[in-house]
Design a protein around this ligand. Structure first.
Ligand code: RUG
Length: 837
C-alpha cells in the first residue's frame, strides 16, 4: 500500500502548495542518505534520536535553500525591515511545525512508515526550545511564524540561553526545579555564524577628551569586552515561501582578554573570566511577570541588545556606508516589553560616540526607529534598575539617559505644565528615593514612536491608568494591537482531526486566512456535523487520557468533561480559585452520596517561579487535594484532579485540543491579554472566564451565550478596591466558602500534617486577598453550574464549541502582525520567489 500511495502522491506533486515536489520514495532516500552521511550511522543501528536528526537534515535541505533566496531578495530590495527584540522566544519543537508549513508532513510520515518508523515517536525525540517563561515568549514565537508567512523582511533577536526554563518535577506533590539543557546533544536546526560575531564592551569608566577638531567627546573605557556569537534558527513560513531568521546571541570570553591574563601566568583567572563571560547567556531567569533587579539580568539585556544593534548597523552600512540619512527609513526595532529597552541608549551611544552623528540627528533617528509593547500593568513587572547598577555596568548609558531625561523634562514637560515639579517627578525616567532607580518603561514611552498594549482593555488601561500624562502629551503615540496565535501550530499541526474538518468546510487556505473558518458556523446546528466535531474532540481527549496515564498513573475518563487551566502559576491567575471550587464540589459529593453530577476531570499545568513560595504551595495543594479525591471511592470517579508536570509548549499541543472548558479566571484588569484563551477557543473549548484581557474580545466574537462569563468587571474591581475590600466579609457570610477554607487548616489532605495548606487560606484572609478570590467565588460556582447544565445537552454543547472554534479568525497572529505593519512598522512584504514587492 505504501507504494500505491506513493504513486498517487507523485502524480499529485504539482499541487504541493510549498512547491516541494519530492516524492515519498525520494524523501525516504534522503533520510537514509542523511542517516549515513550526516549522522554517521546506519538504518540497523540508528537510535530514534538519530532518525530524528536525519529527518531534520532532510528538511534543512529545503529550508536553507529558501533561506538563501530570502536573504538575497531582501538585500536586493533593501526595504524597511522589522527587528523584533525579545529576551524570550518560546519556540517549543520545530519538526512537525516545519513539516506542516512545508507541506511535507504526510510525505515524511509515509517515508518513515516505509522505513518501519512511526513519525510521532521520531518527532517526540525533539527537546522543546524552552527559551521563554510563558505568554510573552510564546507570543514572540508566534509572531516570527507570522512574519515569515506574510513575507515581511524581519529578524528576531534574542539570547541563546544554554539552559531554558527549568524542567519541573513533582516530588511528593511539590515542585522541584531541574536544569533544562535543551541542546545537550546539539540542536540540528541552528547554524553558528562566526562571520557575524560581535564584541560588546561592559563596565569601566567614561572620560571627556578633546578630539583633533577641538570638540569635546565622551570616551568610554570599558573594563571588559564580551564576545557575542550568533546562532541562527531559520523559521519557515506557511507554504515555505520565505524564511525569517531568529538570531540568538551566545556570550563568550574574548580571546584577547583571556590571553592577556593567561600570559601573565593567571591560568585560573583566565578560566574565571571565561566562566563569567559565559554566565551571561547561561540561564533564562525563571520569572514570569515579575522581575528581580539582578546585575546579571541587566547584563543579559544589554548584551543581546548591543549585539543586535551592531548587527543591524553592520547590515545597514554594507549598503549605505555610514550615511545615516536613511537609517530610520530602513529599520524599525520593536521592543518586546521593557527587557530590551536598554537598546535605546545603546543606539544613541553608537550613533553619537562611535559614528559621530550629532545628538539631535541621532535622537530623531532613534525616535523613529523604536516602538514599545507593554505586556503588563503589574507594578512589580515594570522594570526599574538601580542607578548604581548602571554606574557600574553602563556608565556612558547612564549619562545618555540623564541627557534624554533632562531634555524631556525641561522641554516638553515644562512647556506643557510650567513649574509643575510634581508632574516632572512623576514622569521622570529617574525615580528619586533612597535607592535611585531608572524607570525603563518611561524611557521606552518617551523615545518610542508608538506604544501599544496587547488587548483592547489592556491598551485602554495603559493609556488611562498607567501613563495618563504621557497620553496627554502624545495622544497618538498610544495604540492597541490585540495579541494573536499562529493557527499553523495551534490548529493545523496540533489538531489534525479538526484541521481536516476545516479543510472540508473552508478549503485549504484557512491556515492563511483564519476568517475562512467562519464557514463552519453554518454547520453548528447540523447534527451529523456536530457528531463529527465531537468525535474529533473525543479522540483528542483519549490521546490526552493516555498521556495523563503515562505521566501521572491517573486513570481519567475521556467522556468526562475536561476542565483545563494551564498557564504560569500566579496569584492573579487564580489557580487557587479553581482549587476552592473543586473542594466545594467534593464537599457536595461527600455530603450527598446520591448526588449525580456531570463527571469532570480538572487538569492543571503550571510552573511556579522558584522563589515564589505561595505559588509553590498552591501546586502542592492541587496535588494533595488531587491525591485524596482521586482515591476516594465514595465519589465513584465523578471528579478527578490531575496536575501534569513540566507544562511546556509540546505538552500544550496535546492538552489544548482535548479541552472542553478553558479556565481563564484572572482578576479583571490583571491579565494583559492571555493567549492560551485564543488557542483553546480555536480548538473548540468553551471559555469559563472573567471579563479580562482578550477574553472580552473572544466573547465578542464567539458570543457571550456560548461561554461562561463570571465575576467582577474591571470597573467593579476598581470600585470595590477603592471602597475598601474586606475578604473576611465573604468568608463570614458564605458558609460553603468558609467550610472549604477551613478545610485547608485540617490534615484531611495532608495526613498527619495539619496546616500544610494553610498558607493559601492565610493569603486570602490575613493577607487581604489582593486578587479578590473570595469576592468572585460565588459567581465562579454559578458559572460552573451553567457549564455542567450545558454539557448535559451534548448537541447544545457541540453547537457552542463549533461556534467558538469557527469565530476565532481575529486571533490569528497574522492579523496581529498586519496591525503592527499598518499602525506601527510601515513595512512592505516581499515576494521572495519573484522578488516582487
Ligand atoms: O501576562 C502577559 C499576558 O497577559 C500576555 O498575553 C502575554 C503576551 O502579551 O504577556 C504576558 N507577560 C507579561 N509576560 N510577562 C509579562 C511582563 O513582563
Amino acid at each position: 500500500t505504501a507504494v500505491v500511495k506513493e504513486e498517487v502522491k507523485t502524480q499529485d506533486s504539482a499541487s504541493f502548495a510549498s512547491g516541494i515536489t519530492m516524492s515519498v520514495e525520494e524523501l525516504k532516500d534522503r533520510i537514509v542518505h542523511h542517516l549515513h552521511t550526516s549522522i554517521g550511522t546506519s538504518t540497523q543501528k540508528a537510535s530514534k534520536l538519530a532518525w530524528w536528526q536525519a529527518v531534520v537534515a532532510t528538511i534543512n535541505e529545503f529550508i536553507f535553500e529558501r533561506l538563501t533566496q530570502t536573504q538575497y531578495t531582501n538585500a536586493q530590495k533593501d526595504s524597511r525591515a522589522v527587528h523584533y527584540l525579545s529576551a524570550e522566544f518560546l519556540m517549543g519543537r520545530l519538526t512537525v511545525n516545519n513539516l506542516c508549513n512545508l507541506d511535507l508532513y504526510e510525505r515524511i510520515k509515509d517515508a518513515l512508515a516505509a522505513l518501519g518508523k512511526d513519525i510521532n515517536e521520531i518527532c517526540d525525540e525533539e527537546p522543546d526550545m524552552a527559551l521563554g517563561n510563558g505568554g510573552l515568549g510564546r507570543l514572540a514565537a508566534c509572531f516570527i511564524d507570522s512574519l515569515a508567512t506574510l513575507n515581511y523582511p524581519s529578524v528576531g533577536y534574542g539570547i541563546h540561553y544554554e539552559n531554558g526554563l527549568f524542567r519541573q518535577e513533582i516530588r511528593e506533590g511539590r515542585q522541584v526545579e531541574r536544569p533544562d539543557s535543551w541542546r545537550e546533544y546539539g540542536c540540528p536546526w541552528e547554524v553558528c555564524r562566526p562571520e557575524s560575531v560581535q564584541n560588546v564592551p561592559i563596565g569601566g569608566y567614561v572620560e571627556e577628551q578633546q578630539a583633533p577638531d577641538g570638540a569635546m567627546r565622551k570616551v568610554w573605557h570599558p573594563a571588559h569586552v564580551i564576545k557575542g556569537v550568533p546562532w541562527d534558527i531559520p523559521v519557515v513560513g506557511f507554504r515555505g515561501s520565505s524564511i525569517t531568521v531568529l538570531r540568538l546571541w551566545e556570550s563568550r570570553a574574548t580571546e584577547s582578554f583571556n590571553w592577556d591574563v593567561f600570559n601573565a601566568g593567571g591560568y585560573v583567572d583566565a578560566q574565571e573570566e571565561k566562566a563569567s563571560a559565559e554566565a551571561i547567556s547561561k540561564v533564562l531567569y525563571p520569572n514570569d511577570s515579575t522581575e528581580a533587579g539582578k546585575m546579571l539580568r541587566l547584563t543579559q539585556q544589554y548584551f543581546f541588545c548591543a549585539c543586535s544593534l551592531r548587527d543591524i548597523l553592520r547590515r545597514y552600512n554594507r549598503a549605505h556606508h555610514h550615511d545615516y540619512g536613511k537609517f530610520a527609513a530602513k529599520n524599525i526595532v520593536q521592543l518586546n516589553d521593557t527587557h530590551p529597552v536598554v537598546a535605546i541608549p545603546e543606539l544613541m551611544r553608537l550613533l553619537v560616540d562611535e559614528e559621530g552623528v550629532s545628538w539631535d540627528v541621532a535622537w530623531s533617528i532613534v525616535q523613529q526607529c523604536f516602538a514599545y509593547t507593554n505586556h503588563t500593568l503589574l507594578p512589580e513587572a515594570l522594570e526599574k534598575w538601580p542607578v548604581y547598577l548602571f554606574e557600574r555596568l553602563l556608565p556612558r548609558h547612564l549619562e545618555i539617559i540623564y541627557e534624554i531625561n533632562y531634555r524631556f523634562l525641561n522641554g516638553e514637560v515644562e512647556a506643557r505644565w510650567p513649574g509643575r515639579d510634581d508632574i516632572k517627578a512623576k514622569l521622570s525616567i529617574i525615580e528619586e528615593g533612597p535607592c535611585r532607580q531608572i524607570r525603563m518603561a518611561h524611557l521606552a514611552v518617551i523615545t518610542s514612536s508608538r506604544v501599544n498594549g496587547v488587548a483592547a482593555i489592556h491598551s485602554k488601561l495603559v493609556k488611562e491608568n498607567l501613563f495618563p500624562e504621557f497620553a496627554q502629551l502624545w495622544p497618538n503615540k498610544f495604540c492597541n494591537v490585540t495579541n494573536g496565535v499562529t493557527p499553523r501550530r495551534w490548529l493545523l499541526a496540533c489538531n489534525k482531526g479538526l484541521a481536516e474538518l476545516y479543510n472540508e468546510v473552508s478549503g485549504k487556505d484557512w491556515p492563511l486566512k483564519l476568517e475562512l473558518c467562519r464557514k463552519m458556523a453554518d454547520y453548528a446546528d447540523d447534527e451529523a456535523f456536530q457528531k463529527r466535531f465531537m468525535q474529533v474532540k473525543l479522540a483528542n481527549k483519549e490521546a490526552l487520557a493516555t498521556k495523563i496515564k503515562q505521566l501521572t498513573s491517573i486513570d481519567v475518563n475521556p467522556r468526562s468533561m475536561f476542565d483545563v487551566q494551564v498557564k504560569r502559576l500566579h496569584e492573579y491567575k487564580r489557580q487557587h480559585l479553581n482549587l476552592l471550587y473543586i473542594l466545594y464540589l467534593y464537599r457536595q459529593l461527600l455530603a450527598n452520596p446520591q448526588l449525580k453530577i456531570v463527571p469532570q476531570t480538572f487538569i492543571f499545568g503550571a510552573k511556579a517561579a522558584p522563589a515564589y513560595s505561595l505559588a509553590k504551595d498552591i501546586i502542592y495543594a492541587i496535588n494533595a487535594v488531587g491525591e485524596r479525591i482521586n482515591n476516594d471511592h465514595r465519589i465513584a470517579n465523578q471528579i478527578k484532579v490531575v496536575f501534569l508536570p513540566n507544562y511546556r509548549v509540546s505538552l500544550a499541543e496535546v492538552i489544548i485540543p482535548a479541552a472542553d472548558i478553558s479556565e481563564q479566571i484572572s482578576t479583571a484588569g490583571y491579565e494583559a491579554s492571555g493567549t492560551s484563551n485564543m488557542k483553546f477557543s480555536m480548538n473548540g473549548a468553551l471559555t469559563l472566564g472573567t471579563m479580562d484581557g482578550a477574553n472580552i474580545e473572544i466573547v465578542e466574537e464567539a458570543g457571550v451565550e456560548n461561554n461562561f462569563i463570571f465575576g467582577l468587571s474591571v470597573q467593579e474591581v476598581q470600585d470595590l478596591k477603592s471602597r475598601g475590600y474586606n475578604s473576611w466579609d465573604y468568608y463570614n457570610s458564605n458558609p460553603d466558602l468558609k467550610a472549604v477554607l477551613d478545610w485547608l487548616d485540617t490534615d484531611y489532605f495532608t495526613p498527619n500534617n495539619p496546616g500544610a495548606l494553610s498558607s493559601i487560606k492565610r493569603s486570602l484572609l490575613d493577607g487581604g486577598d489582593p486578587f479578590l478570590v473570595l469576592a468572585d467565588f460565588a459567581s465562579y460556582v454559578q458559572a460552573h453550574e451553567r457549564a455542567q447544565e450545558l454539557y448535559k445537552d451534548q448537541k447544545a454543547w457541540a453547537r457552542a464549541a463549533i461556534i467558538n472554534s469557527a469565530t476565532m479568525g481575529k486571533f490569528s497572529s497574522d492579523r496581529s502582525i498586519q496591525d503592527y505593519v499598518n499602525n506601527v512598522w510601515n513595512i512592505k512584504s516581499i515576494d521572495v520567489i519573484t522578488g516582487v514587492k
